[in-house]
Every structure is written in structure tokens, then in C-alpha cells.
Write a protein that binds this ligand. Sequence first.
Ligand code: BGP
Length: 493
Amino acid sequence: MSKKVKSLPKDFLWGGATADFQYEGGFNEGGRGILSHDYETDGSQAHPRHHTMRLSDGQLINPKSSFILAEDIPDDAKPVFLDDQYYPSHQAVDFYHHYKEDIKLMAGMGFNVFRFSVCWSRIFPTGEETEPNMAGLKFYDDVINEMAKYNMEPLITICHDEMPMNLAIKYNGWTSRYVIDAYVKYAQTLFDYFGDRCRYWLTFNEINAVRGFGPTGVRQATGHDRYLAAHNMFVASAKAVSLGHKMIPESQFGAMYAMSELYPATCKPEDMFHHMQARRENWYFIDIMGRGYYPSYAEEIWQHHGFNKLEIAPEDLATLNAGQLDYIAFSYYRSNTTKDGDEWFNVGGSANPYLDETPWGWPVDPLGLRYCMNEIYDRIQKPIFIVENGMGAIDQADDQDYVEDDYRIDYLQQHLSAMADAINIDHVPCLGYTMWAPIDLVSLSTGEMKKRYGFVYVDMDDQGQGSLKRTPKKSYQWMKQVIATNGATLTDN
Ligand code: BGP
């Protein structure tokens, strides 16, 4: 088969993406406050992660770190650290003390952008202070200045599935409008301190997942609370976008969506119709934030989740309209299938007989990425940014900690090639690609270390033991070539 040129736009942003509580560590350093993820244990596919909490009568409870909805958590439950428990966010892989080394490694691959999230409780330890924690600001200042030495620009996620624990406990997280104000104060502080060096911002990570207690601080599992929390996040995002545009004239704002593709399991009309409804669970979030208004199908979604109406103040609608996103960012790891009778909010779904799976059962579907890019652009007509894509795999390191990760090269080759086709053939405007995650870090869903994504191996096990030494894998050199040629070394799938 003839090889098509895959070259990409000359200002294309190439880089990697991380999240503070999976990467940074330093949880009790520099005046950082307790974050909602700090009480989250390690886990595995068989043993879901959970939070450690104690009721007022002393009883311990372990609410699951549910992917979609919080379990009901009693009002008197308070988080507690247990001596016999490992909490991965505390050390993570210690970017806090390795940032110079890690940034140098990323620069060595030719990255011109690095997506990281600021830890909210490092800047406002309880979320309620009137003045920011200067030591926290200094850490990110140092990180950004270090990146500037290599001409690498930041893509800052303001809130990556987290909040200061105090806001979760005291206000029931995002169900409270107080949290909107706390978020806007926090965002304003970031614009103030880093706006002179940061063009690209993400207001929230995977906002459409509106996950359980850790990320949203919401104690109840009702559908109404979930959509109320989402509404308050939309308002907070829109306020931050309007403010950011005023404070930083060159700024570009996106929010990030978990947009793995969704297919109907069959062409049976009922499956097709069900697929349309299930896909709207994602579109709801993109439509509201990307177009600035609630879509006509919103009521149907609310009713499906057990309530008739969300009361929305007219001034909120004006805020949403004024604070529309400039670009649509998304994560893409896999595709899912769905059929009539499945949950609408669908992660996983029925098996797809046409696709192979990763060791964690995630179907590998590069063409789904091209499909997804087209689907979003057709609908919203704003540039897109792929801010997470990668393969979680079990790496076997040799005695020099070197990993021959041909499977990762294969995965990335296929996905980047599909991305290039969406850009070159379908003419989807795409600002850049940040691979998850350039340096091995802790898995969000399972809390494991052995689910590795990186171009760089980190010597650490599932319990946080190891030297933390960084060693480039085979994929490091491969990616370096892809970036150096701006995609020209990619081949057809
Ligand atoms: C996304 C999150 C990331 C990240 C990634 C991989 O949902 O935004 O934080 O972790 O998925 O998932 P996991 O770590 O569970 O393999």
C-alpha cells in the first residue's frame, strides 16, 4: 500500500498530559491543604479504590471511589487516614521533587507543550482563604519557568477531578453555589500569576463524567444532585472563561470531555435510537459549554435520571452564553458499544467483536479517534484538542530498567495516524495532541502503578516502593522521531 504523507500543521502542539494527584505528590509540603483524593486508597480491577471515613460513632466506612456516582455518604462521615492503608496521592511519583528532571526528559522528546493540573488545595488549602498560599504558587511558577527554558508552553487544567476536602465536607461539594465562588477566586489567582505565560487553559477535566465523592465532593447518589453539581460547574467554567478572556487577551479556553467513541451494538432501530440517547449523555456537556445554552433534549435526560426539572436562574443562562469555550478538548482511549436496555451513561457496554483489548479490557480503536474528532467538529464547529490518549499496559523492565514497549508504539502509531487523517483528509482543525502520560504515574481508576502509560519508566511499585528513578523506554525515541518530523514518520494503519 502506498504511504501517504502524515505531516501536520507547523504550529501543531506536541506534548504530554498529567494530573496533580496522580503525578505530583508532596501532599504535606509547601503548605498544601488536604485534597479530596488524599483519602483515596490504592486498588485494582478486582478491588475498587475507596475512601477511608469514620462516622461520629467511631465506625469506619469505605465508600467506593465510584466512577460515575457517589454512594450515599452519611452527613456525619469524616475522612480519616489509617496507618495500614496506602494512599497513592501522597507521594504519587513525586514530580514535586523531580520536576526539573521530568521537564528535561519531556523536552528531550521535543515537546512544545505540557499539560498539567494545578492542585487546588496547594493554592487555597481549604478553598476558603482570602489570600493564596504563596509557596504553592511558587511551585507552579518554578515549573512554568523551567518549561520556558525549553520553549515548552503550559496547558493548565484548573480543576482535574478534585477539590479541597474542606469544600467537599462542608458544602457537599459542587451542589453548593459557594463552590462556584471559591473556584472563580482560585481561577482568577491562576490568571493573575500565570496569565503572562499561559495561553491555553482547561476549566475542568472530563466534566461529563461528574464522578463520585472525590472529584465532585457530592455525598448523595441522586441524579438530581449529579446534574445540579454539573450545572454549578458549567456556571463556574463560564465565569472563569469570561474573566480569563478579560484578564489575558490571548487566552484560549477549553474544557475536557471523556469522549471515547460510542457505537450501537447492532443496526436494529431500537439499538440505534438507544445509542442516540446514550450519546447525548456526553453531548449534553459539550453542547451547553460549547454552544452556551441548554439543549432541547435536556429535560428528557433529567427525567431519565429521576427528576422533572432543574431550576436554572435566568442570570445563569446569560453567564453560560457569555462564557462559551473557544475549543473542545477531549480524552480518547477506547470505544464502547451500547444496545437497547443498557444504561444511558455507559462506560464499557457490550463487547465489540471487531476490536482487540488492552490488559485492562479497554478496546483498542484508532479509527474511533478519527470518527470522534469529526463528530465533535461537525457539531460544535470549534477547534479541537486531543489532550489525553495512550495505552495502559504492564511493562517488563530489564535490569537496567529499560522497557521495549513495542505494543505502546503500535498503539500510538495507529492513533496518531488516524488523527493525522482527520486533520489532513477530513480537515478537522486540531490544535495539538498531549499523550497520557509521558512519565509513568498512578492510575486514576485503579490506583495502581503497574498500569503504565509513559514514554519514561519510573521505578516504583503499586505500594509506592522503589527508587523513583526515571528511564526512557523504547517508545521515547520513537516519539522523538515523530515529533521531529512533525508526523512525517507515521505510516498508514
Ligand atoms: C482519564 C483521566 C486521567 C487518567 C486517564 C487514564 O479518565 O482524566 O486522570 O488517569 O483517564 O485512566 P486510568 O488512569 O484509570 O487508566
